[in-house]
Design a protein around this ligand. Structure first.
Ligand code: 5AD
Ligand code: SF4
Length: 466
């Protein structure tokens, strides 16, 4: 690749051997794509001589990578900005600089409003323009209040540095890789199509290069990311149209890469080739995050999900037929406008019928600018809270049953990091559960055979099979 030399980490103090490196502190909210983006942004700043710090007080540049999916997410950002303002003042009185930046979906949605509400903010940058961050930061340091939220015409991934191998080693044996961004589905409750923009798929060659680089850096498990990851499509090296199933099969050919996952999927985009991948690919983990949001056809229609509860159940059955070991995870919203007690019972019935290994459930939160916000019959907070509690009790019980069902099973465990007890490591089961086992530090990155001996509340315990 021609960019290769530019991607090598430069000395953190390029040009001046004695100046201390400037430090960047990144705080990430929300989804896994934000985690991925935060790493790419801090990698981009390394080229300008920045080093990452975990100590907020030490930072010359504080960047909040924000989430706008629900109300509380944005509120948290504004209160964090209030605290940062005090810190910035304190540092200024000591003659030290602190630039404050806001990235992510709140940045995209609120834009200038952030500068107005939070006078301490110097820089606002939306997800489509992250490749412009180094340049925007320079302008901010020169006193400009910068807002970069236009959808950029250029491809940000072309301009952002690929993962830095030295850092990958520090970041661990599992990694995220964004293959698709944005969403064209326009579910009526969701801000994503407005904050992340239209669906864009990264080209095959770019994805393969990045995956190979991660594996060179010691990564054993890659999770492909996209708001609608299974809508990913591209042109394969064979000139054919590829879907996610084809991409997974090609990635599965990378030596040293042991495991693949993908998230988040939309039920309408689970095509035959992707389902088949679950039958034939050993490296594809038997775990699928397949949000349904509601079990009521009436609500699904109002949400613009464009499938029925029965279609979802039939899909789950088809996938389980090719991969009986599949664990399902889901997202649910209670209290969407107009949701009646009967609609909610439909959701409870669907959950009971599927049996989830893991799930995320939320009270509906009206998002400005989405069609849902204009609907009549908003459900009271009280009713939402009661329904959420009932749903979560059911989901937690299912999660517990799933974990209990693992006890006694022999599984492959990817050893990830030191555990809480000396002499222990934590690994990941095929179904994403953390598993504690006695193992040596030097085994991190190995996949070993273990027998699950016990299920705790948030993790499993196992013994090594000799
Ligand atoms: N209110 C509540 N939950 C929401 N989600 C998305 N938008 C909203 C909203 N307005 C949930 C959905 C989605 C997950 C990422 O967040 O369940 O799948
Ligand atoms: Fe939001 Fe629906 Fe797109 Fe998912 S599919 S990101 S819920 S609009």
């Amino acid at each position: 690749m021609t960019q290769e030399t530019a991607l090598l980490p430069k000395s953190p103090v390029a040009g001046d051997e004695n100046a201390p490196a400037r430090k960047v502190f990144v705080k990430t909210y929300g989804c896994q794509m934000n985690v991925y983006d935060s790493d790419r942004m801090s990698d981009a700043l390394t080229r300008d001589g920045y080093v990452a710090t975990d100590v907020l007080e030490d930072a010359d540049f504080v960047l909040l990578n924000t989430c706008h999916i629900r109300e509380k997410a944005a509120e948290k950002v504004y209160s964090e900005l209030g605290r940062l303002r005090e810190l910035k003042k304190a540092k200024a009185s000591e003659g030290r600089e602190m630039v404050i930046g806001v990235a992510g979906c709140v940045a995209q949605a609120e834009g200038n409003e952030i500068l107005r509400r939070s006078p301490a903010v110097d820089l606002v940058i939306g997800p489509q323009t992250y490749h412009r961050l180094p340049e925007a930061l320079k302008r901010a340091r020169n006193g400009e209040r910068v807002v970069e939220t236009d959808y950029a015409l250029e491809d940000k991934f072309e301009h952002l540095p690929a993962p830095d191998n030295a850092k990958t080693r520090l970041r661990g044996v599992t990694a995220f890789l964004t293959v698709q961004e944005g969403c064209d589905k326009f579910c009526t409750f969701c801000v994503v199509p407005y904050t992340r923009g239209a669906e864009v798929s990264r080209p095959v060659a770019q994805i393969l290069a990045e995956a190979e680089r991660l594996v060179d850096g010691g990564v054993r498990e890659i999770t492909l990311l996209g708001q609608n990851v299974n809508a990913w499509h591209g042109t394969g090296p064979d000139g054919r149209d590829w879907g996610l199933g084809d991409l997974l099969r090609r990635l599965g050919e990378i030596d040293g890469l042991a495991r693949l996952r993908y998230t988040t999927s939309h039920p309408r985009d689970m095509d035959e080739s992707l389902i088949e991948a679950h039958r034939s690919m050993m490296k594809l983990m038997p775990y699928l995050h397949l949000p349904v949001q509601s079990g009521s056809d009436r609500i699904l229609k109002a949400m613009n999900r464009r499938h029925t509860a029965a279609e979802y159940l039939a899909l789950v059955e088809r996938i389980r037929a090719v991969q009986p070991d599949l664990a399902l995870s889901g997202d649910f919203i209670v209290g969407f406008p107009g949701e009646t007690e009967e609609d909610f019972e439909d959701t409870m019935r669907l959950v009971a019928a599927v049996g989830y290994a893991q799930a995320f459930s939320f009270k509906y939160s009206s998002r400005p600018g989405t069609p849902g916000a204009d609907l009549k019959d908003q459900v009271s907070e009280d009713v939402k809270a009661k329904r959420l509690e009932r749903l979560q009790t059911l989901l937690v019980n299912q999660q517990r049953d799933f974990a209990a069902g693992c006890v006694g099973r022999e599984i492959d465990l990817l050893l990830e990091k030191p555990g809480r007890m000396p002499g222990q490591l934590v690994g990941r089961s095929p179904w994403l559960q953390p598993v504690n086992v006695d193992a040596k530090r030097s085994q991190i990155g190995d996949i070993i055979k273990v027998r699950i001996t016990k299920a705790g509340s948030n993790s499993l315990f196992a013994e090594v099979i000799e």
